[in-house]
Design a protein around this ligand. Structure first.
Ligand code: API
Length: 284
């Protein structure tokens, strides 16, 4: 007997995922589901699949999240999805908390919901601030002793900064962000031998308005309209290389994310939008 799963399509700055309440529906093979459902021609269409569940392993959290890229690989964290989960949980009345502890494979992230509207059910989540915890730098052995690294693709050499936000990012500052071939260079660098777990690749350029225009090639999903952890990594890379202070506005294809790398606690705080697209049902 076939069974079906109800899902909700949401996006954070254009980074779109399929969300399933894993407390209600058992997605037994989430990797295969992510591959099939992410297909924008034969499936629902998305950058991947997100399962919302209860906390596990005795962790002090309110809910848990698992995220699977469009190629079926599981990521340890997703910034844009964490904001969407905050909106989902509050507006679908799974919680009345406006500060939510969300368990992920890279630790418990604290979501702070920013509300608009008077009384429920009119009250909506306008944006969410996520405590993304502290970044880390893993300098690959074969690179010089800086926080950066050098990768050459074809005739072009990129100097980048490796930042982990629980998932790996390599941030390259360029001066041709609007015309750069993100697919060519991003796809090559995702699989560089320097990155044993593959890597999310950001290309960034400081603009005259002070924003950091950033485009992204995501590990396991390719070009996306935005990447929350990638925006955090870009802001940290800009600060650590002296290009910016500890607050940055990251302008991505699908929207703008506000990032603060807090000096007092060393944590990175990301603030941005979240939006519902549609609800649906799919056979599994
Ligand atoms: N889009 C996500 C990042 C997904 C990261 C995933 N592509 C990986 O393998 O790390 C975000 O907003 O943070």
């Amino acid at each position: 007997m076939t069974k079906s799963v109800r899902f909700t399509k949401m996006h954070g700055a254009g980074n779109d995922y399929i969300y399933v309440d894993a407390q209600k529906y058992d997605v037994s093979d989430p990797s295969a589901a992510a591959i099939a459902w992410s297909n924008r021609h034969t499936g629902i269409g998305s950058d991947g699949l997100v399962l919302i569940g209860k906390p596990y392993g005795g962790v002090d959290a309110d809910f848990s999240m698992r995220i699977f890229n469009a190629d079926g690989s599981e990521a340890k964290m997703c910034g844009n999805a964490s904001r969407c989960i905050g909106k989902y949980l509050y507006e679908r009345r799974l919680t009345d908390k406006t500060t939510i502890r969300l368990q992920t494979l890279s630790g418990v992230k604290i979501l702070k919901l920013h509300l608009v509207g008077n009384e429920p059910p009119e009250t909506k989540v306008e944006s969410v601030t996520v405590d993304m915890l502290a970044p880390s730098f893993r300098v690959p052995e074969q690179y010089d002793e800086t926080v950066g690294g050098v990768l050459t693709v074809g005739s072009r050499t990129f100097h980048g900064t490796f930042v982990s936000m629980g998932n790996p990012h390599f941030v390259c500052f360029v001066d041709d962000i609007d015309t750069l071939d993100v697919a060519r260079y991003g796809s090559a660098m995702e699989y560089a031998t320097a990155f044993p777990e593959r890597c999310n690749i950001e290309f960034a350029e400081l603009k005259s308005d002070g924003n950091i225009r950033t485009r992204v090639w995501e590990r396991g999903s390719g070009i996306t309209m935005a990447c929350g952890t990638g925006a955090c990594a870009t802001a940290v890379a800009a600060a650590v290389t002296g290009r910016a202070l500890r607050r940055s506005i990251i302008a991505m294809d699908g929207g703008t994310l506000h990032i603060e790398w807090n000096e007092a606690d060393g944590h990175v705080y990301m603030t941005g939008p979240a939006a519902f697209v549609f609800d649906g049902e799919i056979e599994i």
